[in-house]
Design a protein around this ligand. Structure first.
Ligand code: HEC
Ligand code: HEC
Ligand code: HEC
Ligand code: HEC
Ligand code: HEC
Length: 260
Protein backbone atom coordinates (compact mmCIF):
# COMPACT_ATOMS: atom_id res chain seq x y z
CA UNK A 1 0.00 0.00 0.00
CA UNK A 2 2.47 2.59 1.20
CA UNK A 3 4.96 1.83 -1.59
CA UNK A 4 2.40 2.43 -4.36
CA UNK A 5 1.36 5.70 -2.72
CA UNK A 6 4.96 6.78 -2.72
CA UNK A 7 5.31 5.88 -6.39
CA UNK A 8 2.38 8.08 -7.33
CA UNK A 9 3.87 10.92 -5.36
CA UNK A 10 7.29 10.42 -6.88
CA UNK A 11 5.81 10.23 -10.37
CA UNK A 12 3.85 13.42 -9.83
CA UNK A 13 6.96 15.28 -8.75
CA UNK A 14 9.37 14.08 -11.40
CA UNK A 15 6.95 13.84 -14.31
CA UNK A 16 8.70 16.34 -16.60
CA UNK A 17 12.16 15.07 -15.87
CA UNK A 18 11.38 11.42 -16.61
CA UNK A 19 13.86 10.14 -19.16
CA UNK A 20 12.31 8.52 -22.30
CA UNK A 21 13.55 4.99 -21.44
CA UNK A 22 11.68 5.02 -18.18
CA UNK A 23 8.48 6.18 -19.87
CA UNK A 24 8.68 3.24 -22.20
CA UNK A 25 9.17 0.91 -19.28
CA UNK A 26 6.20 2.35 -17.44
CA UNK A 27 3.99 1.96 -20.49
CA UNK A 28 5.03 -1.67 -20.67
CA UNK A 29 4.04 -2.14 -17.05
CA UNK A 30 0.66 -0.57 -17.67
CA UNK A 31 -0.30 -2.94 -20.47
CA UNK A 32 0.36 -5.96 -18.18
CA UNK A 33 -2.94 -5.15 -16.46
CA UNK A 34 -5.22 -5.66 -19.49
CA UNK A 35 -3.30 -8.77 -20.56
CA UNK A 36 -3.77 -10.34 -17.14
CA UNK A 37 -7.40 -9.23 -17.12
CA UNK A 38 -8.20 -10.78 -20.51
CA UNK A 39 -6.25 -13.91 -19.61
CA UNK A 40 -8.33 -14.34 -16.44
CA UNK A 41 -11.61 -13.64 -18.26
CA UNK A 42 -10.75 -16.19 -20.93
CA UNK A 43 -9.51 -18.69 -18.38
CA UNK A 44 -12.63 -18.43 -16.22
CA UNK A 45 -14.88 -18.58 -19.28
CA UNK A 46 -13.21 -21.75 -20.50
CA UNK A 47 -13.53 -23.30 -17.04
CA UNK A 48 -17.24 -22.45 -17.01
CA UNK A 49 -17.71 -23.94 -20.46
CA UNK A 50 -15.72 -27.06 -19.63
CA UNK A 51 -17.15 -27.74 -16.20
CA UNK A 52 -20.70 -26.43 -16.38
CA UNK A 53 -21.89 -25.69 -19.92
CA UNK A 54 -20.36 -28.72 -21.69
CA UNK A 55 -21.67 -31.35 -19.22
CA UNK A 56 -25.15 -29.74 -19.46
CA UNK A 57 -25.05 -29.98 -23.24
CA UNK A 58 -23.52 -33.44 -23.24
CA UNK A 59 -26.13 -35.06 -21.01
CA UNK A 60 -29.87 -35.04 -21.54
CA UNK A 61 -32.06 -35.56 -18.48
CA UNK A 62 -35.03 -37.89 -18.58
CA UNK A 63 -37.62 -38.52 -15.89
CA UNK A 64 -38.53 -42.08 -14.92
CA UNK A 65 -42.03 -42.90 -16.21
CA UNK A 66 -43.25 -43.28 -12.60
CA UNK A 67 -41.68 -41.75 -9.51
CA UNK A 68 -41.03 -44.91 -7.48
CA UNK A 69 -40.56 -44.79 -3.71
CA UNK A 70 -38.10 -47.50 -2.61
CA UNK A 71 -38.19 -46.74 1.12
CA UNK A 72 -41.99 -47.08 1.26
CA UNK A 73 -42.00 -50.37 -0.65
CA UNK A 74 -39.12 -52.01 1.21
CA UNK A 75 -41.24 -51.65 4.37
CA UNK A 76 -44.38 -53.00 2.70
CA UNK A 77 -43.00 -56.17 1.10
CA UNK A 78 -42.09 -59.30 3.02
CA UNK A 79 -38.59 -60.21 1.86
CA UNK A 80 -36.98 -56.81 1.44
CA UNK A 81 -35.04 -56.26 -1.78
CA UNK A 82 -35.36 -59.91 -2.76
CA UNK A 83 -39.15 -59.58 -3.06
CA UNK A 84 -38.57 -57.62 -6.24
CA UNK A 85 -34.89 -58.17 -7.17
CA UNK A 86 -34.18 -61.90 -6.88
CA UNK A 87 -32.17 -64.68 -8.45
CA UNK A 88 -34.05 -67.14 -10.66
CA UNK A 89 -33.45 -70.85 -10.27
CA UNK A 90 -30.85 -70.83 -13.06
CA UNK A 91 -28.85 -68.17 -11.17
CA UNK A 92 -29.79 -65.30 -13.49
CA UNK A 93 -30.82 -62.02 -11.88
CA UNK A 94 -34.41 -60.84 -12.26
CA UNK A 95 -33.46 -57.15 -12.48
CA UNK A 96 -36.31 -54.67 -12.22
CA UNK A 97 -39.64 -56.36 -11.35
CA UNK A 98 -42.31 -56.88 -13.99
CA UNK A 99 -45.81 -55.49 -13.80
CA UNK A 100 -47.12 -58.84 -12.49
CA UNK A 101 -45.17 -58.27 -9.25
CA UNK A 102 -46.69 -54.82 -8.75
CA UNK A 103 -50.19 -56.18 -9.50
CA UNK A 104 -50.00 -58.31 -6.34
CA UNK A 105 -50.86 -55.08 -4.51
CA UNK A 106 -51.87 -52.56 -7.16
CA UNK A 107 -54.64 -54.24 -9.09
CA UNK A 108 -56.56 -51.21 -7.91
CA UNK A 109 -55.26 -47.97 -6.48
CA UNK A 110 -54.62 -48.28 -2.76
CA UNK A 111 -54.64 -44.60 -1.88
CA UNK A 112 -54.84 -41.09 -3.27
CA UNK A 113 -51.20 -40.70 -4.28
CA UNK A 114 -51.15 -39.11 -7.77
CA UNK A 115 -48.13 -41.24 -8.84
CA UNK A 116 -50.01 -44.37 -7.85
CA UNK A 117 -53.16 -43.26 -9.73
CA UNK A 118 -51.02 -42.56 -12.82
CA UNK A 119 -49.31 -45.93 -12.47
CA UNK A 120 -52.65 -47.77 -12.20
CA UNK A 121 -54.42 -45.92 -15.02
CA UNK A 122 -51.55 -45.88 -17.51
CA UNK A 123 -49.90 -49.23 -16.90
CA UNK A 124 -51.92 -51.61 -14.70
CA UNK A 125 -55.27 -51.07 -16.42
CA UNK A 126 -53.72 -51.15 -19.89
CA UNK A 127 -51.52 -54.16 -19.05
CA UNK A 128 -48.39 -52.25 -20.21
CA UNK A 129 -44.96 -52.87 -18.70
CA UNK A 130 -43.36 -49.73 -17.25
CA UNK A 131 -40.38 -48.70 -19.43
CA UNK A 132 -38.00 -48.07 -16.50
CA UNK A 133 -34.69 -46.41 -17.32
CA UNK A 134 -31.71 -48.38 -15.96
CA UNK A 135 -29.12 -46.08 -14.39
CA UNK A 136 -26.36 -48.68 -14.27
CA UNK A 137 -26.90 -50.04 -17.81
CA UNK A 138 -23.53 -51.00 -19.38
CA UNK A 139 -22.82 -50.92 -23.11
CA UNK A 140 -23.94 -54.09 -24.92
CA UNK A 141 -20.42 -55.47 -25.28
CA UNK A 142 -20.08 -55.86 -21.49
CA UNK A 143 -20.93 -59.08 -19.68
CA UNK A 144 -21.94 -58.59 -16.05
CA UNK A 145 -23.17 -61.23 -13.66
CA UNK A 146 -24.95 -60.37 -10.41
CA UNK A 147 -24.56 -63.95 -9.20
CA UNK A 148 -20.73 -63.76 -9.27
CA UNK A 149 -20.77 -60.61 -7.16
CA UNK A 150 -23.78 -60.95 -4.85
CA UNK A 151 -23.98 -64.71 -4.35
CA UNK A 152 -20.36 -65.83 -4.68
CA UNK A 153 -18.49 -62.77 -3.45
CA UNK A 154 -21.26 -61.76 -0.99
CA UNK A 155 -21.23 -58.12 -2.03
CA UNK A 156 -23.86 -55.55 -0.98
CA UNK A 157 -26.07 -53.77 -3.50
CA UNK A 158 -24.88 -50.45 -2.03
CA UNK A 159 -21.25 -51.06 -3.06
CA UNK A 160 -22.08 -50.63 -6.73
CA UNK A 161 -25.43 -48.84 -6.75
CA UNK A 162 -25.31 -46.51 -3.74
CA UNK A 163 -28.27 -46.03 -1.42
CA UNK A 164 -31.00 -46.57 -4.06
CA UNK A 165 -32.87 -48.96 -1.74
CA UNK A 166 -33.44 -46.17 0.83
CA UNK A 167 -34.47 -43.48 -1.64
CA UNK A 168 -37.95 -41.99 -1.59
CA UNK A 169 -37.85 -40.56 -5.12
CA UNK A 170 -36.31 -41.57 -8.43
CA UNK A 171 -33.42 -39.44 -9.69
CA UNK A 172 -33.50 -38.10 -13.23
CA UNK A 173 -31.76 -40.42 -15.68
CA UNK A 174 -28.92 -38.67 -17.50
CA UNK A 175 -27.97 -39.93 -20.93
CA UNK A 176 -24.79 -39.06 -22.81
CA UNK A 177 -26.01 -37.57 -26.11
CA UNK A 178 -23.03 -38.88 -28.05
CA UNK A 179 -22.69 -42.43 -26.72
CA UNK A 180 -26.23 -42.96 -25.42
CA UNK A 181 -24.73 -44.35 -22.19
CA UNK A 182 -26.01 -43.53 -18.71
CA UNK A 183 -24.06 -40.96 -16.74
CA UNK A 184 -23.78 -43.40 -13.84
CA UNK A 185 -21.14 -45.29 -15.86
CA UNK A 186 -18.82 -42.35 -16.49
CA UNK A 187 -19.63 -40.60 -13.23
CA UNK A 188 -20.87 -37.18 -12.18
CA UNK A 189 -17.51 -35.60 -11.59
CA UNK A 190 -15.96 -34.08 -14.69
CA UNK A 191 -12.60 -34.04 -12.88
CA UNK A 192 -12.93 -37.80 -12.40
CA UNK A 193 -13.06 -37.56 -8.60
CA UNK A 194 -14.53 -40.66 -6.98
CA UNK A 195 -15.66 -40.38 -3.36
CA UNK A 196 -17.77 -43.52 -3.18
CA UNK A 197 -17.31 -46.85 -4.96
CA UNK A 198 -20.68 -46.34 -6.69
CA UNK A 199 -19.85 -42.90 -8.14
CA UNK A 200 -18.69 -44.46 -11.41
CA UNK A 201 -18.57 -47.89 -13.09
CA UNK A 202 -16.16 -47.61 -16.00
CA UNK A 203 -13.88 -50.42 -17.13
CA UNK A 204 -11.11 -49.17 -14.81
CA UNK A 205 -13.48 -49.20 -11.84
CA UNK A 206 -14.40 -52.86 -12.40
CA UNK A 207 -10.75 -53.75 -12.95
CA UNK A 208 -9.58 -51.78 -9.90
CA UNK A 209 -11.74 -53.85 -7.54
CA UNK A 210 -10.83 -57.10 -9.31
CA UNK A 211 -7.15 -56.26 -8.87
CA UNK A 212 -7.72 -55.54 -5.17
CA UNK A 213 -9.50 -58.86 -4.75
CA UNK A 214 -6.68 -60.62 -6.58
CA UNK A 215 -4.12 -58.98 -4.27
CA UNK A 216 -6.13 -60.18 -1.26
CA UNK A 217 -6.15 -63.67 -2.75
CA UNK A 218 -2.40 -63.57 -3.31
CA UNK A 219 -1.90 -62.55 0.33
CA UNK A 220 -3.94 -65.63 1.36
CA UNK A 221 -1.65 -67.84 -0.65
CA UNK A 222 1.40 -66.46 1.11
CA UNK A 223 0.20 -67.67 4.48
CA UNK A 224 1.67 -71.20 4.21
CA UNK A 225 -0.98 -73.40 5.83
CA UNK A 226 -4.00 -71.47 4.56
CA UNK A 227 -2.51 -71.27 1.12
CA UNK A 228 -1.76 -74.98 1.04
CA UNK A 229 -5.28 -76.07 1.98
CA UNK A 230 -6.92 -73.38 -0.12
CA UNK A 231 -4.96 -74.57 -3.10
CA UNK A 232 -6.03 -78.16 -2.56
CA UNK A 233 -9.66 -77.04 -2.31
CA UNK A 234 -9.28 -74.92 -5.45
CA UNK A 235 -7.83 -77.77 -7.44
CA UNK A 236 -10.18 -80.44 -6.11
CA UNK A 237 -13.36 -78.33 -6.24
CA UNK A 238 -12.99 -75.71 -8.96
CA UNK A 239 -16.71 -74.88 -8.71
CA UNK A 240 -16.50 -74.06 -4.98
CA UNK A 241 -16.33 -70.48 -3.67
CA UNK A 242 -12.54 -70.71 -3.37
CA UNK A 243 -12.15 -72.37 -6.74
CA UNK A 244 -14.28 -69.69 -8.40
CA UNK A 245 -12.32 -66.94 -6.68
CA UNK A 246 -9.08 -68.23 -8.09
CA UNK A 247 -10.61 -68.30 -11.55
CA UNK A 248 -11.62 -64.66 -11.28
CA UNK A 249 -8.15 -63.78 -10.06
CA UNK A 250 -6.15 -65.53 -12.71
CA UNK A 251 -8.37 -64.64 -15.65
CA UNK A 252 -8.92 -61.06 -14.58
CA UNK A 253 -6.98 -59.28 -17.26
CA UNK A 254 -8.46 -61.46 -19.99
CA UNK A 255 -10.83 -59.31 -22.00
CA UNK A 256 -13.37 -62.13 -22.38
CA UNK A 257 -14.06 -62.11 -18.62
CA UNK A 258 -16.12 -58.94 -19.04
CA UNK A 259 -16.70 -58.73 -22.79
CA UNK A 260 -19.10 -60.68 -24.94
C1 HEC B 1 -41.68 -53.40 -4.65
C2 HEC B 1 -40.56 -53.75 -5.46
C3 HEC B 1 -39.15 -53.31 -5.10
C4 HEC B 1 -38.45 -53.52 -3.93
C5 HEC B 1 -38.95 -54.19 -2.65
C6 HEC B 1 -37.12 -53.02 -4.15
N1 HEC B 1 -37.02 -52.49 -5.41
FE1 HEC B 1 -35.36 -51.78 -6.28
N2 HEC B 1 -36.42 -51.27 -7.97
C7 HEC B 1 -37.78 -51.48 -8.13
C8 HEC B 1 -38.23 -50.80 -9.33
C9 HEC B 1 -39.67 -50.74 -9.86
C10 HEC B 1 -37.09 -50.19 -9.89
C11 HEC B 1 -37.03 -49.31 -11.17
C12 HEC B 1 -37.29 -47.86 -10.83
C13 HEC B 1 -36.13 -47.21 -10.12
O1 HEC B 1 -35.04 -47.17 -10.66
O2 HEC B 1 -36.33 -46.75 -8.97
C14 HEC B 1 -35.98 -50.51 -9.02
C15 HEC B 1 -34.66 -50.13 -9.23
C16 HEC B 1 -33.60 -50.44 -8.39
C17 HEC B 1 -32.24 -50.10 -8.65
C18 HEC B 1 -31.73 -49.30 -9.83
C19 HEC B 1 -31.05 -50.17 -10.89
C20 HEC B 1 -30.56 -49.29 -12.00
O3 HEC B 1 -29.36 -49.28 -12.23
O4 HEC B 1 -31.38 -48.59 -12.63
C21 HEC B 1 -31.49 -50.54 -7.58
C22 HEC B 1 -30.01 -50.40 -7.38
C23 HEC B 1 -32.41 -51.15 -6.66
N3 HEC B 1 -33.68 -51.09 -7.19
C24 HEC B 1 -32.04 -51.66 -5.44
C25 HEC B 1 -32.92 -52.10 -4.47
C26 HEC B 1 -32.53 -52.47 -3.13
C27 HEC B 1 -31.12 -52.42 -2.58
C28 HEC B 1 -33.68 -52.85 -2.49
C29 HEC B 1 -33.83 -53.29 -1.04
C30 HEC B 1 -33.34 -52.35 -0.03
C31 HEC B 1 -34.77 -52.72 -3.44
N4 HEC B 1 -34.28 -52.25 -4.62
C32 HEC B 1 -36.10 -53.06 -3.19
C33 HEC B 1 -38.60 -52.23 -7.29
C34 HEC B 1 -38.25 -52.64 -6.02
C1 HEC C 1 -46.57 -55.65 -1.09
C2 HEC C 1 -47.46 -54.75 -1.78
C3 HEC C 1 -46.90 -53.82 -2.86
C4 HEC C 1 -46.21 -54.16 -3.99
C5 HEC C 1 -45.72 -55.56 -4.42
C6 HEC C 1 -46.01 -52.95 -4.74
N1 HEC C 1 -46.58 -51.89 -4.07
FE1 HEC C 1 -46.62 -49.95 -4.67
N2 HEC C 1 -47.48 -49.40 -2.93
C7 HEC C 1 -47.89 -50.28 -1.95
C8 HEC C 1 -48.50 -49.51 -0.85
C9 HEC C 1 -49.08 -50.08 0.43
C10 HEC C 1 -48.42 -48.15 -1.24
C11 HEC C 1 -48.92 -46.93 -0.48
C12 HEC C 1 -50.35 -46.69 -0.90
C13 HEC C 1 -50.65 -45.25 -1.09
O1 HEC C 1 -50.63 -44.52 -0.12
O2 HEC C 1 -50.88 -44.85 -2.24
C14 HEC C 1 -47.78 -48.12 -2.56
C15 HEC C 1 -47.56 -46.97 -3.27
C16 HEC C 1 -47.11 -46.94 -4.57
C17 HEC C 1 -46.96 -45.74 -5.37
C18 HEC C 1 -47.25 -44.33 -4.90
C19 HEC C 1 -46.09 -43.89 -4.00
C20 HEC C 1 -44.83 -43.74 -4.76
O3 HEC C 1 -44.07 -44.73 -4.86
O4 HEC C 1 -44.58 -42.68 -5.33
C21 HEC C 1 -46.50 -46.14 -6.60
C22 HEC C 1 -46.20 -45.26 -7.80
C23 HEC C 1 -46.32 -47.57 -6.55
N3 HEC C 1 -46.71 -48.02 -5.32
C24 HEC C 1 -45.83 -48.33 -7.59
C25 HEC C 1 -45.50 -49.67 -7.49
C26 HEC C 1 -44.81 -50.43 -8.52
C27 HEC C 1 -44.34 -49.85 -9.84
C28 HEC C 1 -44.68 -51.69 -8.06
C29 HEC C 1 -44.00 -52.86 -8.75
C30 HEC C 1 -42.60 -52.69 -9.02
C31 HEC C 1 -45.29 -51.75 -6.74
N4 HEC C 1 -45.76 -50.50 -6.42
C32 HEC C 1 -45.36 -52.88 -5.95
C33 HEC C 1 -47.77 -51.63 -1.95
C34 HEC C 1 -47.12 -52.38 -2.92
C1 HEC D 1 -20.34 -55.48 -8.42
C2 HEC D 1 -21.29 -54.44 -8.59
C3 HEC D 1 -22.78 -54.70 -8.37
C4 HEC D 1 -23.41 -55.22 -7.26
C5 HEC D 1 -22.77 -55.72 -5.96
C6 HEC D 1 -24.83 -55.20 -7.54
N1 HEC D 1 -25.05 -54.69 -8.79
FE1 HEC D 1 -26.83 -54.40 -9.69
N2 HEC D 1 -25.92 -53.85 -11.41
C7 HEC D 1 -24.55 -53.72 -11.57
C8 HEC D 1 -24.25 -53.45 -12.97
C9 HEC D 1 -22.87 -53.23 -13.56
C10 HEC D 1 -25.51 -53.43 -13.64
C11 HEC D 1 -25.75 -53.22 -15.13
C12 HEC D 1 -25.73 -54.58 -15.80
C13 HEC D 1 -25.86 -54.53 -17.30
O1 HEC D 1 -26.04 -53.47 -17.87
O2 HEC D 1 -25.81 -55.61 -17.90
C14 HEC D 1 -26.53 -53.67 -12.63
C15 HEC D 1 -27.90 -53.69 -12.88
C16 HEC D 1 -28.88 -53.79 -11.90
C17 HEC D 1 -30.32 -53.65 -12.09
C18 HEC D 1 -30.99 -53.41 -13.43
C19 HEC D 1 -31.02 -54.73 -14.13
C20 HEC D 1 -31.85 -54.74 -15.37
O3 HEC D 1 -31.27 -55.04 -16.42
O4 HEC D 1 -33.06 -54.53 -15.31
C21 HEC D 1 -30.92 -53.81 -10.87
C22 HEC D 1 -32.41 -53.76 -10.57
C23 HEC D 1 -29.87 -54.06 -9.91
N3 HEC D 1 -28.65 -54.05 -10.57
C24 HEC D 1 -30.09 -54.27 -8.57
C25 HEC D 1 -29.13 -54.77 -7.70
C26 HEC D 1 -29.42 -55.27 -6.37
C27 HEC D 1 -30.81 -55.32 -5.74
C28 HEC D 1 -28.22 -55.67 -5.84
C29 HEC D 1 -27.98 -56.32 -4.48
C30 HEC D 1 -28.67 -57.58 -4.26
C31 HEC D 1 -27.18 -55.40 -6.83
N4 HEC D 1 -27.78 -54.89 -7.95
C32 HEC D 1 -25.81 -55.63 -6.65
C33 HEC D 1 -23.60 -53.82 -10.58
C34 HEC D 1 -23.82 -54.37 -9.33
C1 HEC E 1 -16.18 -53.75 -5.53
C2 HEC E 1 -15.61 -54.88 -6.21
C3 HEC E 1 -16.04 -55.26 -7.63
C4 HEC E 1 -16.49 -54.43 -8.62
C5 HEC E 1 -16.71 -52.92 -8.57
C6 HEC E 1 -16.70 -55.26 -9.77
N1 HEC E 1 -16.41 -56.56 -9.48
FE1 HEC E 1 -16.55 -58.15 -10.79
N2 HEC E 1 -15.98 -59.41 -9.30
C7 HEC E 1 -15.63 -59.05 -8.02
C8 HEC E 1 -15.29 -60.24 -7.25
C9 HEC E 1 -14.85 -60.28 -5.79
C10 HEC E 1 -15.44 -61.34 -8.14
C11 HEC E 1 -15.16 -62.81 -7.85
C12 HEC E 1 -16.44 -63.52 -7.55
C13 HEC E 1 -16.15 -64.99 -7.40
O1 HEC E 1 -16.06 -65.65 -8.45
O2 HEC E 1 -15.98 -65.41 -6.27
C14 HEC E 1 -15.88 -60.79 -9.42
C15 HEC E 1 -16.16 -61.56 -10.54
C16 HEC E 1 -16.56 -61.04 -11.77
C17 HEC E 1 -16.87 -61.83 -12.93
C18 HEC E 1 -16.81 -63.35 -13.00
C19 HEC E 1 -15.40 -63.77 -13.34
C20 HEC E 1 -15.17 -65.25 -13.35
O3 HEC E 1 -14.05 -65.60 -13.69
O4 HEC E 1 -16.07 -66.01 -13.01
C21 HEC E 1 -17.19 -60.98 -13.95
C22 HEC E 1 -17.59 -61.31 -15.36
C23 HEC E 1 -17.10 -59.63 -13.41
N3 HEC E 1 -16.70 -59.71 -12.08
C24 HEC E 1 -17.35 -58.49 -14.14
C25 HEC E 1 -17.39 -57.21 -13.58
C26 HEC E 1 -17.73 -56.01 -14.32
C27 HEC E 1 -18.06 -55.95 -15.78
C28 HEC E 1 -17.68 -54.99 -13.42
C29 HEC E 1 -17.93 -53.52 -13.65
C30 HEC E 1 -19.19 -53.14 -14.27
C31 HEC E 1 -17.31 -55.54 -12.13
N4 HEC E 1 -17.14 -56.89 -12.26
C32 HEC E 1 -17.17 -54.78 -10.99
C33 HEC E 1 -15.59 -57.77 -7.51
C34 HEC E 1 -15.99 -56.61 -8.18
C1 HEC F 1 -13.20 -56.16 -15.29
C2 HEC F 1 -14.02 -56.17 -16.46
C3 HEC F 1 -13.38 -55.79 -17.80
C4 HEC F 1 -12.25 -56.35 -18.37
C5 HEC F 1 -11.36 -57.46 -17.83
C6 HEC F 1 -12.10 -55.69 -19.66
N1 HEC F 1 -13.11 -54.75 -19.83
FE1 HEC F 1 -13.35 -53.50 -21.45
N2 HEC F 1 -14.99 -52.63 -20.59
C7 HEC F 1 -15.49 -53.01 -19.36
C8 HEC F 1 -16.63 -52.14 -19.07
C9 HEC F 1 -17.51 -52.19 -17.81
C10 HEC F 1 -16.77 -51.25 -20.18
C11 HEC F 1 -17.86 -50.14 -20.36
C12 HEC F 1 -17.55 -48.92 -19.55
C13 HEC F 1 -16.45 -48.11 -20.13
O1 HEC F 1 -16.54 -47.70 -21.30
O2 HEC F 1 -15.43 -47.90 -19.43
C14 HEC F 1 -15.71 -51.59 -21.12
C15 HEC F 1 -15.51 -50.93 -22.33
C16 HEC F 1 -14.55 -51.31 -23.25
C17 HEC F 1 -14.38 -50.69 -24.54
C18 HEC F 1 -15.22 -49.55 -25.08
C19 HEC F 1 -16.43 -50.14 -25.74
C20 HEC F 1 -17.54 -49.14 -25.94
O3 HEC F 1 -18.59 -49.58 -26.44
O4 HEC F 1 -17.41 -47.99 -25.59
C21 HEC F 1 -13.35 -51.34 -25.18
C22 HEC F 1 -12.81 -51.07 -26.57
C23 HEC F 1 -12.85 -52.36 -24.27
N3 HEC F 1 -13.61 -52.30 -23.10
C24 HEC F 1 -11.80 -53.23 -24.53
C25 HEC F 1 -11.27 -54.14 -23.63
C26 HEC F 1 -10.06 -54.96 -23.89
C27 HEC F 1 -9.26 -54.93 -25.16
C28 HEC F 1 -9.86 -55.71 -22.76
C29 HEC F 1 -8.73 -56.71 -22.47
C30 HEC F 1 -7.40 -56.13 -22.43
C31 HEC F 1 -10.92 -55.38 -21.81
N4 HEC F 1 -11.74 -54.41 -22.37
C32 HEC F 1 -11.08 -55.98 -20.56
C33 HEC F 1 -15.05 -54.01 -18.52
C34 HEC F 1 -13.91 -54.78 -18.71
Amino acid sequence: MSTSDEKVKANGKTEKETPPEQEVREKGNGSGGPILFFFLVGFIASLLVGWIVFPRLLYSKKKQPIDFNHALHVETVEEGCASCHFFREDGSFSGVPKLAKCMECHEEAQGEDPEELKFVSEYVEKGREVPWLIYSRQPNCVFFSHAAHVRLAGMDCVTCHGPVGESTRTKPYEENRITGISRNIWGKSIAGIKRNPWDRMKMDDCAECHAKEAAKGAADLERPIDGFFNNIIRIAFPESLLGRKSSAQTRNEACFVCHK
